[in-house]
Design a protein around this ligand. Sequence first.
Ligand code: SF4
Length: 190
Amino acid sequence: MFLEDITLTFIAPCIADPEKIRLIAEVSTDISGVMPYLNAVMKNATYNRKGPSFTFMKEFRLVNLYPGKITMAKALNTTDAWQVLNWIKDMINDVYEKRDSIVPNYELRSKPTALQIYGWLPRKNCKECGEVTCLSFAVKLLLGEKSLGGCRLLFTPEYAEQRKTMLEIVAALGYETVEGLDSKTGYRTQ
Ligand code: SF4
């Protein structure tokens, strides 16, 4: 079996929604090699080859795959998290088994839509970014006309999970830098 074990190493309430949980789980195998194959078969996922990372929604849950770990936000509870982790494990092993019949895709398969981007923004319409609504900020972000750092609210602790996902997506879109932000932590450097 390619991926044998997943170990839950961190679990805490989601900051923005304390009714739900966020978590980090370590994987027993480096899963970066399977990401281009997952990218070929999964719709609506975002593969950041340079990371590498692989981001997708499992219904309302936000999932990020990294070479040695999985992070998840907005899981209902530990049981729900384990169900999704086991589903991820089965999916990875299944795709790995079938890899000889899958053409790996190393590119960004489909650009997220403005509505998806909107869903990961704070959705407060506070206008601090210079846009009237978060949706118009999302549209301009997709067009490369706005920098993610323009949304200051996203860089507050409350939005840590969304920020992580948005940084992966911005990187996958090929927008290299987010002005004034550390590319690894996502926190402001100035
Ligand atoms: S700063 Fe962020 S939360 Fe405020 S309107 Fe712009 S995108 Fe929305």
